[in-house]
Design a binder for this molecule. Structure first.
Ligand code: SAM
Length: 255
């Protein structure tokens, strides 16, 4: 009997952001393949009886090539196992989820997809930055700052647009060139920008600055991956709306 693969988004870090469906499937898994960005507390939920396979990937330090991950998923499912493929954030947003499923289709293996809270939603919420706001942004755009060929060539013309928030995943390495390109294509140098490092985790750090100075701020503060860039007028609300790390009502009641 062929098993099944569950492609599951683990969210950006805070284990409480795991969906109930993800938790239910994770605790019933025979095999779990997980990525670097899945938080330790979520990995601790994997049953002791399950086979745990760490498959990747720090940038330019792939522990298992993508093709082998794809093949492994199919092999394990064909052994009749309940296979959980656990990814940081949401599997369909810069998560290569589509590539893995294409292989399963080709191999005739059945699957389900469980969405997760993507870094953009999680980091924005925990940083206190609404990605849209009727006064400041009517659209939001998710981009990757790291293309398959290693460059950072983005459609700059389309990105310098009023009332739009940009969220850039994997933008830390190319930050200087991203900022310069946006300014060259007409973004005002004082446009507010935030960098959220390790968003939603207890180690979250948020730095706000301008598109002109954000690279310097990131260097000075030794910002490390995973980090997300949020660019747009909405970032100015962070001052007023930040809440994470301040004591909240539920904690106060419980303590
Ligand atoms: C390969 S992408 C995976 C994105 C993931 N599938 C998602 O939906 O969030 C990895 C990038 O996502 C961003 N990221 C993921 N988790 C993050 C976190 N907790 N804090 C800040 N950025 C995060 C970073 O830009 C990181 O380099």
């Amino acid at each position: 009997m062929t098993g099944k693969v569950y492609l599951i988004g683990a969210g950006p870090g805070d284990p409480d952001l795991l969906t109930m469906k993800a938790h239910r499937l994770l605790t019933a898994a025979d095999v779990v393949l997980y990525d670097r960005l899945v938080g330790e507390q979520i990995i601790a939920m994997i049953p002791a009886t399950a086979e745990k396979l760490y498959v990747g990937k720090a940038k330019s330090l792939h522990s298992l090539p993508q093709e082998e991950i794809n093949a492994l998923l199919a092999t394990k499912a064909k052994e009749g196992k309940v296979v959980v493929r656990l990814k940081g954030g949401d599997p369909f947003i810069f998560g290569r989820g589509g590539e893995e499923l294409e292989e399963l289709v080709q191999e005739g293996v059945s699957f389900e997809v469980v969405p997760g809270v993507t870094a953009a939603a999680g980091c924005a919420a925990y940083a206190g930055i609404p990605l849209t706001h009727r006064d400041y942004a009517q659209s939001v755009r998710f981009l990757t700052g790291h293309l398959k060929d290693g460059t950072t060539e983005l459609p700059w013309n389309e990105l310098v647009h009023p009332a739009q928030t940009l969220v850039i995943y994997m933008g830390l390495t190319g930050l200087e060139s991203i900022s310069q390109s946006l300014i060259r294509f007409g973004m005002r140098p004082s446009m507010p920008v935030a960098i959220v490092e390790k968003g939603t985790s207890k180690d979250q750090r948020v730095f706000t600055s301008t598109i002109k100075d954000i690279h310097q701020i990131a260097l000075q503060n030794e910002v490390k991956s995973p980090a997300l860039l949020i660019i747009g007028e909405v970032v100015a609300l962070q001052d007023k709306l930040s809440w994470f790390g301040k004591s909240c009502l539920i904690e106060q009641k419980g303590s």
